[in-house]
Design a protein around this ligand. Structure first.
Ligand code: C5P
Length: 411
């Protein structure tokens, strides 16, 4: 299964999760858990139709506080304090409605506030994230189209529903976007936007250098460090393009991903993108050498004379070095260095030799750092002479700190 970069540094942020009456309401508890694991505190509001599918108690048991339902005394999950119903307008940083039905979308677009959810959303001045789920005929209805466009114009974060088969068996557009996607778009609405307006290029993963029709030369890079950097930059407002070698990471849909295989393909893509980028962050474990191919067919065992096989290699171009040589004023270039020894010495040499502004070095071959690990221990150097040795951190946390450091560097 592919790995999704995730961030748990959103403590202090409060999400109000609205749940409407759609079969997809069964996915809202998963979304709640994602918000909680990001560090947010979460309040939930269910429409009365939503409560036909899921109970407020379920959300409370999973950690939401409070869970609102009806507006009037005696109704299920009505607030104890009669004036407490607009509390999210004061306390929430973001309001996310998932699933959002045609009915609630219609109310939001037209200022109708006849139940708890629509009243709370109307009173809320912060970012409103909408993730619809409904039958395709409701989604395509002219009134829904008009309401949706109105909400987009108003600046709501509007996620398009997915295509596929509905619970009722019909096919079309109307599926709830994936909870991970909804969560990431919601977190982006409350993340610092210090990279807004910046165009960021990230290379990630290994490269694969074919030798014959079936065999290749590569390394165990998981692509996770680069995926965390790409996702963190996007969360912080950047426009991000990831050039990814063969690896199994899943990036938020807002990140543009170009899949490549070999170092030469990665080089070509990076050269096209670099002139228009503001920041280049090269985490890819590019194969320094490529075997000289023996052909497109599978090389057979009996072709190896004396039971031995010699493979000849040639050197791949260094993408980071070439980008450093072609760096214009104002561009920021971040390199990585995976080393087995002499970390500081090698890192200093690469920072200067490749004309980087920052270099993140780590030792590979130890359990908590480097390839295929969820954590990393980074030594960070920059062009101003700063040297920082970080403790073992989740790669997502290390990525977040690298962008903090870039902001320091550019101010
Ligand atoms: O010299 P070394 O390969 O250790 O440098 C590592 C850094 O250079 C990383 O940022 C890596 O992405 C980049 N690199 C590159 N092209 C290569 C080799 C490394 O961009 N051919």
């Amino acid at each position: 299964m592919s790995v999704q970069p995730f961030f748990s540094n959103f403590s202090g942020k409060r999400v109000q999760l609205g749940v409407c009456g759609s079969v997809a309401a069964c996915k809202s508890p998963e979304l709640l858990r994602l918000f909680l694991s990001a560090g947010c505190s979460v309040g939930v509001t269910l429409t009365s139709a939503a409560q036909q599918f899921v109970r407020p108690l379920l959300f409370e048991a999973l950690g939401a506080a409070p869970a609102y339902g009806g507006m009037w005394p005696g109704e299920s999950a009505a607030p104890a304090d009669v004036f407490g119903h607009l509390e999210p307008a004061q306390n929430a940083d973001v309001f996310c409605i998932a699933p959002a039905t045609a009915n609630t979308i219609g109310k939001l677009a037209n200022g109708i506030a006849d139940d708890m959810l629509s009243a709370q959303a109307l009173a809320f001045k912060g970012p409103l994230v909408l993730a619809p789920a409904m039958n395709p005929r409701l989604w395509e209805a002219e009134a829904t189209r008009e309401n949706w466009e109105k909400l987009k114009r108003r600046g709501c974060v509007c996620l398009e529903p997915g295509l596929g088969s509905m619970a009722c068996g019909e096919e079309g557009q109307g599926r709830l976007p994936a909870p991970y996607e909804i969560c990431m778009r919601t977190l982006r609405a409350v993340a610092p936007q210090d990279l807004a307006g910046k165009s960021v290029l990230v290379t990630l993963g290994p490269t694969r250098e074919m030798w014959d029709g079936v065999r290749f030369w590569s390394n165990p890079s998981s692509g996770m460090m680069g995926a965390c950097l790409a996702a963190a930059a996007w969360l912080r407002g950047a426009e991000v393009t990831a050039v990814a070698g063969p690896c199994d990471v899943h990036l938020p849909e807002g990140v543009r991903v170009l899949q490549v295989r070999s170092a030469r393909e990665m080089f070509d893509a990076a050269m096209v993108l670099w002139p228009s980028a503001d920041i280049g962050c090269l985490t890819a474990a590019v194969a320094d050498f490529r075997p000289i191919p023996v052909g497109r067919e599978k090389y057979k065992k009996d072709q190896a004379a004396d039971g031995r096989l010699s493979v000849e290699f040639e050197i791949n171009a260094d993408i980071l070095r070439t980008m450093g040589e072609n760096k214009r004023k104002g561009q920021v270039l971040i390199g990585f260095a995976a080393e087995t020894s002499n970390l500081l010495e090698n890192a200093k040499r690469k920072l200067a030799g490749k004309n980087c502004d920052m270099l993140a070095a780590n030792i590979v071959g130890v359990p908590e750092s480097g390839f295929d690990s969820e954590t990393n221990r980074i030594l960070l150097l920059d062009r101003t002479g700063r040297e920082e040795s970080w403790p073992v951190l989740p790669k997502s946390e290390a990525a977040w700190r690298i962008w903090d450091h870039v902001s320091l560097l550019s101010t």
